[in-house]
Design a binder for this molecule. Structure first.
Ligand SMILES: [Zn+2]
Length: 1046
């Protein structure tokens, strides 16, 4: 942990300065711990493409000249430059620099609601729909970061689908799934309010509730269908049983808390007969089987001892050590049994591999007398240690290992799954002398009335020890199943239950799994392993709430009555009156006509269905029944814990009745941990509450209000397929990135304040720098679309962030300011730049909208011009616009040119380095006071650079790109002028080809309006302080470049 902490510190943005070109592969390879990835990515952004001194300060110093002058002048400060301030095009917008999210986000949400944007989008259904089926609720009503992660991921997908018309015609509402309990409705209401505040769009007016009669009826239908298919049966099988809530439990209702300690017991069972081989008979009568168990209370139900046929077993003679065996208190650590204290010259059978382990544990010498295979032990018999009966040694399965215990397994088929299976093989009795409360029944004889998890367990140990059957008892820490509701331990207990025979349709389940697209792909292995290994599904519960198992029993024979007629009749009653009817209506009313006359012979079953059967039927109750939805769903998206929960229960019910999975895609996400990777808990004080993140805490200094969009930005930034990290530091980083993005959008809005769509310059006329910018824009839009399609939001986050910082802020905007502010309001150079900016604004707002809907809408509401969709309607809201259509012409920017511009940008970084040195040496202040000299050792490059100096498109000239007043390409380095160039540097290109860089002061005089230096300043009589460009702009003359381009 410590090293991780320090690496976070090293990654903080501003403290980072040294290396360039961090290898990007390293950063993207590690898939887990996404927040760390994010931070690493920040470094890459700052290191790989730009040197640190190119980040903030220099660009500000370089290009603010004309703007600062105008601003100072407008504030009435005495400033010579004020004379031309009215000719400078200052950025202008009401779009705030700060998000002001606590008021602005709710305003935007209200705007959507009042204009029914979501509803209209849903109604605009004119084609295929995308169904994201929302899953089962969490166990409690308090929303935490896991909910936020889950719901925001879903919302991002829904909003993307609503924008992208190519793949989907419309958005299908996200259905809120609620908990079917008596507080469900209140809980749902409270949860909805929070989800809405996260900016989650859903069909809030029509949530589905499992307690709706129509839902319950659909569930009965699924159950009935499974009955008709022959998959439902009643049987006596050991199940997880919770004495504290007096019901059977499914795997998904169990939890395994840390620190459970059981009393584990080594006991011996005396062998009473053996096959006449292997020489076992010679060792009678003092021959014992050594067994080990962590549940001594199951010994009364012992029916056999199981061995692994393939394992080697040893018959050992037990010799007491010279020293006394360490004894200890009965309640404390180890308790040495009477057997160890009293018995001498006894023979024990144990697994050969465990002999030395057991010697050490028991503190005795074990001398190996014989070796034999497990299969040789079959058909030995032993005396039950409590009851007066003989039991067999049987062959168990591969579950018998030498990892712990003795290699011989005490087998009680009524109290364990593997024991049950082995018991079936040998026809062993399924004995389970324990009642619903976990109390020994009369069948348990002398232990009757004792609690198996308490005094009953102790009484069994005490009794066995009196019989000298105990070798040793010691505490044993292990995973033990607890009831997730009561947080109390459970037991394994055989009872009469209803089961769904998974064996009956397992192959179909495996086939269905392979048809689904699982994200991440490992999820397929996980669910396959679970489905292939799972036993029959115990679907009955002994509870008075929930959906009843619609069965009647004959009063005398106890024979169940359940068929198509009874189920269909009950289903129709429940669809009208709800499942409560099962309890308040009489048997006579609940039975169909045919059986009504015999109503007195029947009684109602009292079992209800497993809640996982409830939620596992949602595909039938919602997807299949509601208009506008379809079965199977396109996507289920929940936490990884749902592999054994909802994903699986839905899969089983769907495959059993329809033969296919209820979904075509499944995405799982990990858990939310704190910044150090620790689980969040109140005691650690590391809980991050989503509403506090959005609205701020009591102490705004410690917990500022970041707004829903910052929270959503975080969700987009993490690789949710693993566990994800969040904490104050991560949130601050997110907030910084959000602000940069907002600043970018503000720059775009502000410089388009006078824009009209008809001003747009045709693509073919645009300067190359502008064509290049459109190529970059379109490339990221294309990438982002791919990432949305693959639900890889963290890639979108990285792409956007890199684009905004590296491509826009550090380069295109930096260079653009000059022509935007002083190029002349209606000049070609300014209009071509605005053409590019308008495209950026519209595209960025739309591609970020699914992730940052409030920011995108805020931008849209501040658009200084109107945007029409393809069908000619004005898009009043960002979500009424469509996903930007890819512009193939922009993408066709030649590859060679892309490479060349990449080099120009690298060269620019090196030029900036040299300029910075000149600035430090006080040769220049602003970069406009400098002239740059270049010498290219490669001839063709020299030609190209010369062309760039002389190009007719002012925007493409090198000195504009470098934001200096002049650039000159030197033909020879031996030029004597070099001696007078005070600052030099070089750019190593592709190893061999070098470009030499020199910086001196600019020539000529400073133009009052644009601060560029030029020999022409002073040559215009009316405007003696202006350069020729500014003279044209001020004099209202068309720019030479425009004349050339048209
Ligand atoms: Zn000028």
């Amino acid at each position: 942990m410590a090293s991780q902490m320090s690496s976070y510190k090293a990654m903080s943005l501003r403290s980072f300065s040294s290396f360039r070109k961090a290898p990007s592969t390293e950063i993207f390879n590690s898939r887990r711990s996404s927040s760390a990835n994010l931070l690493a990515f920040l470094n890459m952004t700052y290191c790989s493409t730009t040197s640190s001194n190119d980040l903030y300060p220099s660009s500000k110093r370089r290009s603010r000249g004309p703007v600062m002058a105008a601003k100072k002048a407008s504030k009435g400060e005495k400033q010579e430059d004020g004379k031309y301030k009215h000719t400078v095009d200052l950025p202008k917008t009401k779009f705030g620099m700060r998000a002001n999210s606590t008021t602005r986000e709710p305003e935007i949400q209200k705007l959507w609601e009042e204009n029914q944007v979501f509803k209209r989008l849903s109604d605009r259904n004119n084609g295929g729909s995308f169904v994201l089926h929302d899953g089962p609720p969490y166990a409690n009503g308090d929303l935490h970061m896991g909910h936020a992660l889950n719901k925001i991921l879903k919302d991002m997908i829904n909003r993307y689908k609503s924008l992208d018309q190519e793949s989907r015609k419309t958005l299908t509402p996200l259905k809120l799934r609620a908990k079917a309990a008596k507080f469900a409705k209140a809980t749902v209401k409270a949860q909805m309010a929070s989800f809405k505040r996260y900016g989650v769009w859903a069909d809030w007016d029509h949530p589905y509730l499992t307690l709706d009669p129509e839902y319950e009826a659909a569930q009965i239908e699924v159950f009935g269908e499974m009955v008709f298919q022959g998959y439902i049966f009643r049987g006596r099988k050991p199940v997880h049983w919770s004495p504290s809530s007096r019901t059977a439990l499914a795997e998904a209702e169990l939890e395994y808390p840390e620190g459970h300690v059981s009393k584990s017991m080594y006991a011996n069972f005396k062998v009473c007969s053996a096959p006449n081989k292997g020489g076992l008979l010679e060792l009678f009568p003092n021959l014992f089987l050594a067994i080990w168990t962590t549940t001594p209370w199951t010994i009364p139900a012992n029916a056999a001892v199981a061995v692994n046929a393939k394992l080697k077993y040893a018959v050992v003679e037990m010799r007491r050590p010279l020293e006394d065996i360490p004894t200890s208190s009965a309640d404390g650590k180890k308790m040495v049994g009477n057997f160890l204290k009293e018995q001498e010259n006894s023979f024990l059978i144990v697994a050969e591999d465990l002999v030395s382990t057991l010697e050490a544990k028991w503190g005795v010498e074990l001398v190996v007398k014989k070796l034999l295979l497990g299969s040789d032990l079959e058909n030995c018999r032993y005396n039950h240690p409590i009851e007066n009966r003989e039991c067999p040694v049987v062959i168990g399965g591969d579950y018998i290992t030498t990892e712990s215990g003795t290699g011989l397994v005490h087998t009680a088929p009524g109290h364990g799954q593997e024991d049950y299976v082995t018991g079936l093989k040998y026809g062993l009795p399924i004995f389970s002398p324990v009642d619903d409360d976990g109390i020994f029944t009369e069948e348990a004889g002398k232990f009757s009335g004792l609690d198996v998890l308490g005094e009953g367990n102790a009484a069994v140990i005490e009794y066995l020890d009196k019989q000298s059957s105990i070798i040793m008892v010691e505490p044993y820490k292990h995973k033990y199943p607890y009831d997730w509701r009561t947080k109390k331990p459970t037991i394994f207990r055989a009872t009469e239950q209803w089961f769904a025979s998974v064996e009956g349709f397992r192959k179909a389940v495996m086939d269905a799994i392979s048809q689904v697209k699982w994200t991440p792909s490992q999820a397929e292995n996980r669910i396959s392993a679970m489905a292939s290994g799972r036993s029959d599904w115990c679907i009955s519960r002994q509870r008075t709430w929930g959906v009843p198992i619609p069965v009647f029993y004959h009063v005398e024979t106890k024979e169940p009555l359940m068929n198509a007629e009874t189920i269909s009749h009950i289903k129709s009653i429940i669809s009208q009156k709800g499942s409560d009817a099962w309890w308040y209506m009489s048997v006579e009313e609940l039975l169909p006509d045919k059986y009504r006359g015999n109503a007195t012979e029947y009684e109602k079953g009292t079992d209800t269905m497993d809640v996982w059967f409830d939620s596992g039927s949602s595909w039938a109750a919602v997807l299949d029944k509601r208009e506008g939805l379809s079965y199977p769903a396109d996507l289920y998206l929940e936490g990884t814990d749902q592999h054994r929960g909802w994903f699986q229960s839905s899969l089983l019910t769907s495959v059993a009745t329809k033969g296919k999975a209820p979904y075509t895609g499944v995405i799982t996400h990990g858990f939310v941990l704190d910044e150090r990777g620790l689980k969040m808990s109140k005691s650690l004080g590391n809980v991050v509450d989503p509403i506090t993140v959005i609205e701020g805490g009591k102490n705004q200094g410690e917990a500022p209000s970041y707004g829903a969009d910052v929270l959503r930005l975080w969700v987009s930034s993490v690789d949710y397929t693993g566990d994800v990290l969040i904490g104050p530091q991560v949130l601050r980083q997110m907030s910084d990135i959000y602000r940069k993005l907002r600043g970018t959008l503000r720059f775009l809005l502000a410089n388009l304040h006078d824009w009209e769509t008809e001003y747009a310059i045709p693509y073919s006329d645009l300067p190359v720098i502008d064509q290049h910018a459109l190529f970059q824009l379109e490339s990221i839009v294309k990438n982002i679309k791919d990432s949305y399609e693959n639900y890889q939001f963290f890639k979108i986050f990285q792409t956007i962030q890199r684009f905004v910082i590296v491509d826009l802020s550090n380069f295109y905007f930096d260079v653009a300011k000059d022509r935007l502010y002083v190029g002349g309001t209606a000049s070609f150079t300014r209009r071509s730049c605005q053409t590019v900016l308008a495209e950026h604004l519209l595209s960025i707002a739309r591609v970020i909208a699914p992730i940052l809907p409030h920011l995108a809408e805020d931008v849209w509401q501040h658009l200084p011009f109107q945007h029409a969709t393809e069908d000619g309607d004005i898009a009043k809201f960002v979500f009424e616009s469509r996903w930007p259509e890819l512009n193939d012409k922009w993408l066709a920017f030649p590859v060679k040119e892309v490479e060349f511009w990449g080099k120009i940008l690298e060269l620019r970084t090196e030029v900036n380095r040299t300029l910075e040195a000149a600035r430090t040496g006080k040769l220049i202040g602003s970069s406009l006071e400098a002239k740059v000299y270049l010498h290219a050792f490669d001839e063709s490059l020299a030609v190209r650079l010369n062309e760039m100096c002389e190009t007719k498109n002012d925007a493409d000239t090198l000195h504009r790109i470098f934001i200096t007043s002049q650039v000159e390409i030197l033909s020879f380095l031996s030029d004597t002028r070099i001696e007078n160039i005070p600052y030099t540097g070089e750019y190593l290109m592709e190893g061999e080809k070098k470009i030499w860089i020199g910086v001196s002061r600019a020539e000529g005089l400073k133009c009052e309006r644009c601060w560029n230096f030029s020999h022409q300043v002073g040559s215009f009589v009316e405007h003696p302080t202006l350069c020729s460009r500014c003279f044209s702009a001020v004099d209202g003359q068309p720019m030479p470049a425009l004349a050339a381009a048209v």
